[in-house]
Design a protein around this ligand. Structure first.
Ligand SMILES: O=C([O-])CC(=O)C(=O)O
Ligand SMILES: [Mg+2]
Length: 227
């Protein structure tokens, strides 16, 4: 028999904050974290036109290529949770597929994020639940453990604590630490409003572009000039 280390649940963002986060693109949220935080390399499985997802992380660390503890997590995670599986980034074996995605959807999970590979791309693409992964591989997982649930993991190079705010869309996955969630969502709302104002100015032909030339020292590069 194998081991599953089980931590108590971390603090979770309140539902009103989650609804506000769901209205914010991941690009806006990562801009609101100094453009320096969030997972990279995790993209949703192509297929369905997913809506943006936002929910608290339910963290899973599994032995790469094994999904016994991922199965356990599917029964412990709550409705609205985003399962974040740290599979060590391994691409040589999938850790979940369509059966598990359908089961996750039936349990009301918001999304599955896998730092590793998944399989059954066509079935996942039909859209039972949004799935973000690093890659695809037909080779299936073993079911031997061990692993850890609700501990601190990494996904796409980002540290994820159980309960952190996870937002995913067509650009990838952003991890907002729980203690920064309210501040980052509020900053994101301001940033989105500023971008929408820019869109209006672009359409009206009034966007101020003077900052581009102000930031450049232009030198003539005509014939005979040094290369
Ligand atoms: O067989 C497995 O454990 C993973 C899988 O393909 C599925 O969930 O459909
Ligand atoms: Mg399968």
């Amino acid at each position: 028999m194998s081991t599953c280390r089980l931590h108590p649940p971390g603090p979770r963002p309140d539902p009103a904050l989650l609804a506000r986060a769901r209205a914010l693109p991941t690009s806006i949220l990562s801009d609101s974290m100094e453009r320096a935080q969030g997972a990279t390399g995790l993209h949703w499985v192509p297929g369905a036109a997913w809506p943006r997802v936002a929910g608290p992380a339910f963290t899973v660390r599994t032995r790469p290529g094994d999904n016994l503890v991922v199965h356990r997590a599917l029964d412990l995670a709550g409705p609205g949770d985003v399962l974040v599986v740290d599979g060590g980034g391994a691409l040589d074996r999938a850790v979940l597929g369509e059966i598990m995605a359908r089961y996750a959807a039936a349990r009301g999970l918001a999304a599955l994020v896998v730092d590793g590979a998944v399989r059954d791309r066509e079935g996942l693409g039909e859209g039972p639940v949004p799935v973000f992964a690093r890659g695809i591989n037909h080779l299936g997982p073993y079911k031997d453990g061990p692993g850890e649930l609700r501990g601190t993991v990494q996904a796409g190079g980002a540290v994820v604590h159980d309960g952190d705010l996870i937002v995913g869309d067509a650009d990838g996955v952003v991890v907002v630490p729980h203690e920064r969630a309210a501040e980052v969502v509020a900053a994101g709302e301001e940033r989105l409003a500023a971008e929408e104002e820019m869109f209006r100015q672009i359409a009206a032909g009034t966007l101020d572009r003077s900052w581009v030339t102000a930031a450049l020292a232009e030198t003539p590069a005509g014939e005979g000039s040094a290369r």
